[in-house]
Structure formats: structure tokens, C-alpha cells
Design a protein around this ligand. Structure first.
Ligand SMILES: Nc1nc2c(c(=O)[nH]1)N[C@H]1C(S)=C(S)[C@@H](COP(=O)(O)O)O[C@H]1N2
Ligand SMILES: [Mo]
Length: 374
């Protein structure tokens, strides 16, 4: 493709963005396709390549989000990496022994399987505009940038121990092999605690879009820390920085001090389309509430501004994942608003208003879900 074709526009180069930025099928009944980013090569500030799970597509009887409907959020197109050639490098001033391992070696290390949620820090962003009259830039997710999966992999601790981490270690930078070289540090304490290098999702080889051959899963942290297409771990005695913990995924504005996001907040959603049409009369509505601190202790619902009542929490209710619940609502014909309010075991309750920040992260306020009974 000749460069001159693009000179006239004065645009940033648009040369080699692959046609398929997300490889898995994104059927419209399952996903909201947010890929307005096909033309942007600014992988830090650009919109990226994002697909949101539709809540009505969530199978009500399954605890885990099926892999084929799991949301995708990528700053650059999905790279197609060759597992046979792939290496994970471990280095930095705070390790005594730098080394690298290949895919087969990784699969041979002691492994764990954990059920954990991943949620984008921007999940719910659209409500800053719709409900609080302060639109923020970035992908206008409703509440579908969240999913719970079983991740199989090697505890990051196992890998770091093989490098003989020095007591001076402070931060671990995880670096990706995608075009963005996406990278984000986590503190050594979190790295040694419960982070894993995952190579399987819901019992199958990690799919391309979710980080094949291996990704980090950092439980309880906004999913930006869970770096996909992992290629390098740098262990440093000094604090580490990248655009993803200095320019993006930090809380600024609204009285915030610019600190990087770690945990997410408590949220809820019903298994309903936005502005769902349901038959009038008695309805069973099911849904989920989730948190990144402990687990869900209570979920309440209110119809059309009426009293708050408890939802019945049923089935598994795992920490740093979600609780599934059910309510029985009598819906006369017409338009209704269903409000949901979850409280976690740390006492965090969804507030009426979400604290503003410039980039629209961590929207945890109670949302009024419109329902049309006919
Ligand atoms: N290499 C890489 N890792 C990444 C990202 C990315 O763009 N590139 N996006 C992060 C963000 S912001 C989110 S929300 C999650 C999304 O994970 P998923 O696409 O598997 O749902 O991956 C994180 N890890
Ligand atoms: Mo994200």
C-alpha cells in the first residue's frame, strides 16, 4: 500500500490494520460491537477494539460466562502468536536470575484453576452521561464489559520464584506482544499473592482474543492489569510506569489525585436487554451482582421507585466474581424502571451517584433499568 495515498488527508497513517481486529464471531444478538477504532493507530488513547456482551445473552443457569460471549477489550488488534516460538521473559534489576520459558514448559509447571471475574474499568461509562449528565470520553459501555471465567494457569509466584526475586523488588511490569506493547505494572505483593499466568479459559486453550498463548489474570483488579498476549515480566526495585498507569486507567478530575485504578466497584445487572420488552403480569427476572472486594452479601430491588426488597441470591457466590439472584415482579402493562442495589461483604453498597472522574471509570451507582411490559 503506497504511503502517498494517505498524504492528502494529513491523517495518522492508516496502513496495516488487519481487517479482523477481533477474531471471534460477534453476532449482533450477543454483542454490541464498539469497534469504532478500526481507523485509529493510537493504541493508548484511541478507542481500541471492543465488543460488549449483551446481558440478555447470558445463560441464566450457568455461573460462568461462556467463552464465546465473553466481552473483548483490546487496545490493538488481536495478534496471532505462534505458541511454538513464544517465550515469556523474566528479567529486571530485582531478580537474581533472568530467564525465559516456552509454552510447553509453562504448561508443565504446577498449575491452579480459579474462577474470577474480569471487568473493564470503564464498564458502565455510558451512565455518567445518561444518568449524571456528564458524558465522559471512551467506549460507551453499558454494563456488559464484565465476565466470570475459570482460568487455568501457573501462579505468577511460581514463575517469579524461579528468577529468585530480591527483597528489594517493588513492581512487576507485565508487557504484551501486541502492536500496542500494552504494559501495566502491579506491586510485587499482588504479584506474589494471587496473580496467575493463565493459558486456559473455561477449560479450553486460551482463545486468541483473550490472550493466547498466555495472559495475566489479576483477581479483584480492574482487568487492565490482566495483560493479554504476555511476553515479558520485568521485576524492578523502583516503581514502574507506562501510559496505562499514568495517562489511562488513573482517576483524575472530580477531586481525584491521579492515582492508578486497582480494584473495581460493586455493580448489578439483570439478564435483560436494555429497554427489554416482557409480557405484562408476573415475571421472574434473574441477574447478577459483582464486586472486587470479598463477595456479594445482599442484593435489593425496587420497582418504579417503590420500596426496596431483597433479591434471592442462589447458586455459587464466589469472591472476586459474582452472585446470581432472582426476583418475582408483577409488571402491569406499561413502562417500568427496575433498580438494583448490591452490597458486598466489605460493606460497599452501590450509591445513588457515582463519583465523577474525567475518563468515566468505576461507575457503580444504582442504575434504573427500563422495562416495557406489553
Ligand atoms: N495486551 C493487552 N492486554 C490487555 C488489554 C489490551 O488491550 N492489550 N486490555 C486490557 C483491558 S483494558 C481489559 S478490560 C481486559 C479485557 O480482557 P478480555 O478482552 O479478555 O475480556 O484485558 C486487558 N489486557
Ligand atoms: Mo479495560
Amino acid at each position: 500500500m503506497s504511503q502517498s495515498m494517505y498524504k492528502a488527508t494529513g491523517e495518522a497513517r492508516i496502513t496495516d490494520v488487519p481487517k479482523v481486529s477481533i477474531t471471534k464471531p460477534l453476532p449482533p444478538e450477543t454483542f454490541i460491537d464498539h469497534r469504532e477504532g478500526e481507523e485509529s493507530h493510537d493504541f493508548v488513547h484511541g478507542p481500541g477494539f471492543n465488543a460488549e456482551t449483551r446481558w440478555e445473552a447470558m445463560p441464566p443457569d450457568e455461573y460462568l460466562t461462556p467463552t464465546d460471549i465473553f466481552y473483548v477489550r483490546s487496545h490493538a488488534p488481536t495478534p496471532h502468536l505462534d505458541a511454538a516460538a513464544w517465550r515469556l521473559e523474566v528479567e529486571g534489576d530485582a531478580v537474581e536470575r533472568s530467564f525465559s520459558i516456552g509454552y510447553e514448559e509453562l504448561l508443565g509447571l504446577p498449575s491452579v484453576a480459579v474462577v474470577k471475574m474480569l471487568e473493564c474499568a470503564g464498564n458502565g461509562r455510558i451512565f455518567f452521561g445518561e444518568d449524571q449528565n456528564r458524558e465522559t470520553p471512551g467506549t460507551q459501555w453499558r454494563l456488559g464489559a464484565v465476565g466470570v471465567a475459570e482460568w487455568t494457569g501457573v501462579p505468577l509466584r511460581e514463575i517469579l520464584e524461579r528468577a529468585n526475586v530480591k527483597p528489594s523488588a517493588r513492581d512487576v511490569m507485565a508487557e504484551s506482544l501486541d502492536e500496542a506493547r500494552m504494559r501495566r505494572p502491579i506491586p510485587i505483593g499482588k504479584a506474589l499473592d494471587d496473580a496467575i499466568v493463565a493459558y486456559a479459559m473455561n477449560g479450553e486453550t486460551l482463545p486468541l482474543d483473550h490472550g493466547f498463548p498466555a495472559r495475566l489474570v489479576v483477581p479483584g483488579w480492574a482487568a487492565v492489569a490482566s495483560v493479554k498476549w504476555l511476553g515479558k515480566l520485568t521485576v524492578s526495585s523502583e516503581p514502574l510506569f507506562s501510559p496505562w498507569n499514568t495517562e489511562k486507567y488513573v482517576l483524575t478530575g472530580g477531586g481525584h489525585d491521579g492515582s492508578p485504578i486497582t480494584n473495581s466497584v460493586t455493580k448489578s445487572a439483570p439478564h435483560l436487554a436494555w429497554d427489554a420488552e416482557v409480557p405484562s403480569g408476573p415475571n421472574t427476572v434473574r441477574g447478577r451482582s459483582w464486586t472486587t472486594e470479598g463477595s456479594i452479601a445482599r442484593v435489593e430491588w425496587s420497582l418504579d421507585g417503590g420500596e426496596w426488597r431483597d433479591c434471592d441470591i442462589e447458586g455459587p457466590n464466589l469472591p472476586e466474581a459474582w452472585a446470581t439472584w432472582e426476583i418475582s415482579a408483577d409488571l402491569p402493562p406499561g413502562r417500568h424502571t427496575l433498580r438494583l442495589r448490591a452490597t458486598d461483604t466489605e460493606g460497599n453498597t452501590q450509591p445513588e451517584e457515582a463519583p465523577f472522574n474525567d475518563e468515566g471509570y468505576l461507575y457503580g451507582a444504582v442504575v434504573g433499568f427500563p422495562i416495557h411490559a406489553t
